[in-house]
Ligand binder design. Structure first.
Ligand code: PHE
Ligand code: NA
Length: 508
């Protein structure tokens, strides 16, 4: 077997994993989810999900990834197959391989196809902030103007994705690891600068608005707002923010040696992400927006990062600088997550089709260009509805993660057998995980995930997401963009399934 690339240093591995997890989810998705779902009270279902789902599945994925890597695999098809074979006949094990490979392929192609665009917007807005381009303008019109200018969108997208391709093309230890060692410290410094700015804002507009009041607004527990739906939102946020159910934690863990610690490293990934989410992410966007715009101004998701905050920066002392720092933070956070998805696909080409890394990086660039074009061309950008992106996000960015998370546990714990899983978890481990945690991993986490899935399905039905024209579509004229997204998902699922089947068949 040819020697696989490995992480060169512990610190490099930890920064890469932290970079993988810490993304737009921490600084943008988390604050508005919390604000919308009960503020401080949101933290109750959030921490419950963190302990019952987040940490157990994080360990499952690290174990799975290192195990696959031992056999030369950084993708889920063959990895799921190998693990399932511990208790199933090869023919049945293949089915699990196909499911895992198909789901992870869909997430790494489709979720990244629009995530990369949001990274491109962040790159553009870093530039627009530094130059004060939107200062003195209506920030809604400015955003629409930007999004509907396809050439401009593709330029900033292209700059970001070419850089990603270069980093991935250089390899894991010589590329990704080197890049994150620079980008992650910059990310932390940017976040801390913004927290300091946020804490010192005072009440620049009205005495009853201040960043401290913004903290109160975000963290004040409003238990009446904690409903079933907010508990679902909390669990969904845990999946998204920890990069679970995507295949990319496994991919990074596959570049470990067979005796490298996973138990403490998995916990470290969770801790670094949660610090960046709850402490840093919770102290930036909402308090800053609140100080200038009050409660009204901070409501609304997509608008928060690209409409409300630009409005603040143009009025804030040092606004060009802090605006640029904010978007640079989003850019780097997104970049160091997207790099993992990019690498998943390059690993797939490398391992299953024997395409060399540099060529693979070019192929993946072209793939993302094609898959991302509908996001850039979607005419509903003019109303900021973005039907194509929304439809993908509802399914690939939320629903599939949970489905894959469930299969992670079924395969790595049940089919692989609990005692094998426990042994793998402790191989080379720096800590001993207490016995009772096995109850969480074996029963609680999968049941919780299953419940999450059932209730999410119910909510999706109630919200009309299953309808031919889903309920969020205000303008049926553009419903074809929703169907386009669905067709794309179907196509990618089929390709992912065939790919996984061929890869397993070829080797085993
Ligand atoms: N964990 C990431 C985040 O918080 C999620 C993600 C990873 C999204 C990789 C896209 C690509 O943003
Ligand atoms: Na995250």
């Amino acid at each position: 077997m040819e020697q696989r690339d490995r992480w060169a240093s512990k610190i490099g591995l930890i920064l890469a994993m932290a970079g993988n997890a810490i993304g737009l989810g921490n600084f943008w998705r988390f604050p508005y989810q919390a604000a919308k779902n009960g503020g401080g009270a949101f933290m109750v279902p959030y921490f419950v999900a963190l302990f019952l789902l987040g940490i157990p599945i994080m360990w499952v994925e690290w174990v799975q990834g290192r195990y696959g890597g031992k056999y030369g695999h950084g993708t889920l098809g063959p990895t799921f197959y190998l693990m399932s074979r511990e208790s199933l006949k090869p023919r049945t094990a293949v089915i699990f391989g196909i499911i895992g490979g198909m789901l992870a392929f869909s997430v790494t192609t489709l979720l990244n196809s629009y995530y990369l665009h949001i990274i491109g917007w962040s790159a553009a807005y870093t530039y627009f902030s530094a130059t004060g381009a939107y200062f003195g303008q209506d920030t809604i019109q400015f955003l629409i103007g930007y999004l509907t200018n396809t050439t401009q969108v593709l330029i900033f997208w292209g700059i970001s994705v070419i850089l990603l391709g270069i980093a991935v093309g250089q390899g894991v230890s010589k590329g990704i690891e080197r890049w994150v060692k620079v980008m992650m410290p910059v990310l932390y410094i940017a976040a801390i600068l913004l927290v300091l700015r946020s804490l010192t804002l005072g009440s620049p507009v009205k005495p009853e608005w201040s960043s401290i009041k913004g903290f109160e607004f975000l963290w004040e527990p409003r238990f009446s707002e904690v409903t079933w739906e907010s508990a679902l939102a909390a669990a969904g946020q845990i999946f998204f923010t920890l990069s679970l159910g995507m295949g990319i934690i496994q991919n990074y863990a596959s570049y470990l040696g067979p005796e490298d610690d996973v138990a403490l490293s998995g916990l470290a990934t969770v801790s670094l992400n949660e610090f960046a989410e709850v402490i840093l992410g919770g102290s930036i966007a909402i308090p800053i927006a609140f100080a200038y715009l009050g409660e009204e101004g901070v409501a609304g998701g997509v608008g928060l990062a690209y409409i409300a905050l630009p409005n603040v920066f143009m009025n804030m002392p040092g606004g060009q600088l802090f605006g640029a720092v904010w978007f640079l933070l989003l850019w780097f956070a997104g970049f160091t997550s997207a790099i993992a998805m990019y690498n998943y696909l390059v690993a797939l080409l490398e391992e299953d089709l024997k395409i060399n890394r540099k060529t693979g990086a070019v192929f993946v660039f072209i793939l993302y260009l094609i898959l991302g074009l509908p996001v850039a061309l979607d005419p509903t950008a003019a109303s900021l509805d973005l039907y194509y992106l929304t439809e993908l996000d509802n399914w690939v960015g939320s629903y599939l993660l949970v489905v894959l998370g469930l299969f992670d546990i079924i395969v790595a714990v049940w089919l692989f057998k609990p005692e094998n899983f426990w042994e793998e978890l402790h191989k080379g481990a720096y800590i001993k995980v207490p016995e009772w945690v096995m109850v969480l991993i074996k029963y609680i986490a999968p049941i919780y995930t299953l419940i999450l899935l059932v209730f999410t399905t119910k909510t999706y039905i109630a919200k009309g997401y299953f309808k031919a024209v889903p309920s969020y579509v205000a303008n049926p004229e553009f419903a074809k963009w929703v169907w386009g997204a669905r067709g794309m998902m179907l196509l990618i699922l089929i390709i992912g399934a065939i790919e996984a089947y061929m890869a397993i068949k070829k080797k085993y």
